[in-house]
Design a protein around this ligand. Structure first.
Ligand code: AMP
Ligand code: MN
Ligand code: MN
Ligand code: MN
Length: 281
């Protein structure tokens, strides 16, 4: 069973069009695939009617906040036109717009003016503009030497551009996905730079809110971290999911289909799908 259930296109902060992403998924000989753009279904709808050599399910990665940390919740196999999911997406569009204005002000106060207009050169959609587009503009202007440095100095965790106030709660994102008939998955748990005890609390709250799966097969996770994560997932009776979190062909460590299998003693997330039959996979 080859799968990749976490991936981005130009509909959010990826570098390839949704059509090109699906073509890459086809050449990776996958059986099951989801495009999970940040806070939008535009990419999904653009390619939903295609004919693919794999099972293609609706997906999204919702931005949220829990305990002062930006948390990403992946939704899979939901009804993509359900009012609960479309309302969540509309709300997040406004949140992104508001955050973009705040980010522009904060960077201007540090001597970097007009960054929102600049970011929009890289992403013409105000409702979808994100930190990576601001990073591209900071690189273009020579304020930083790379996108990574833009995150390290200005945009990443704990820096002035890490604005979380606009995001909905993690619990409300989980609820929206479930209301739309989908499975809510905690995205890349080791990317939040938490202690294991805080991570354990996060997973407990995520489960209490209705979350059913956790990404255990993610890029850039070492074997010890994976072991600990799998232990929590098993202990709590959660399912395992995963994906490369593809954004760009240039990120060699996160290419479509580069995903570890789900261990045999953990329920795979696709066993929980209500809309897509597992026999088809
Ligand atoms: P946003 O959705 O606007 O909050 O931006 C978050 C996105 O920024 C993530 O999904 C990543 O794609 C990207 N990102 C996070 N950290 C870094 C980094 N250090 N370097 C480059 N991109 C990053
Ligand atoms: Mn991203
Ligand atoms: Mn993410
Ligand atoms: Mn992602």
């Amino acid at each position: 069973m080859k799968f990749d259930l976490h991936c981005h296109s130009t509909a959010s902060d990826g570098k390839l069009s949704p059509q090109d992403v699906l073509a890459c998924a086809a050449s990776a000989s996958l059986n099951l695939f989801a495009l999970t753009d940040h806070d939008t279904l535009q990419g999904y709808h653009a390619v939903a009617d295609g004919d693919y050599p794999f099972t293609f399910i609706p997906g999204i990665e919702l931005s949220s906040v829990w305990s002062g940390v930006s948390i990403h919740v992946v939704g899979l196999d939901f009804d993509p036109v359900h009012p609960a999911i479309t309302a969540a997406v509309t709300n997040l569009r406004h949140a992104r717009e508001q955050r973009a204005y705040l980010l522009d002000k904060k960077l201007a106060a540090k001597g970097m003016p007009n960054t929102l207009a600049g970011a929009l050169q890289f992403c013409p959609d105000l409702g979808q503009v994100g930190r990576p587009h601001f990073a591209d503009f900071l690189v273009q202007q020579g304020y930083v030497s790379s996108a990574n440095q833009a995150f390290d100095l200005w945009l990443g965790s704990g820096k002035i551009g890490d604005i979380k106030t606009e995001w909905p709660t993690m619990e409300s994102c989980v609820e929206a996905i479930i209301a739309a008939g989908g499975v809510a998955v905690l995205a890349h748990p080791l990317r939040y730079k938490m202690t294991f005890s805080k991570l354990r609390r996060l997973i407990d709250v995520f489960k209490a809110a209705g979350g059913q799966a956790v990404e255990i097969s993610c890029s850039q996770v070492n074997p010890d971290q994976r072991r600990q994560l799998c232990h929590y997932v098993k202990q709590l009776g959660l399912a395992g999911s995963g994906g490369a979190d593809f954004h760009s062909p240039e990120w060699r460590w996160a290419q479509i289909g580069q995903v570890e299998p789900i261990p045999a003693d953990i329920t795979p997330v696709w066993a929980l799908f209500q809309r897509t039959s597992c026999e088809l996979i």
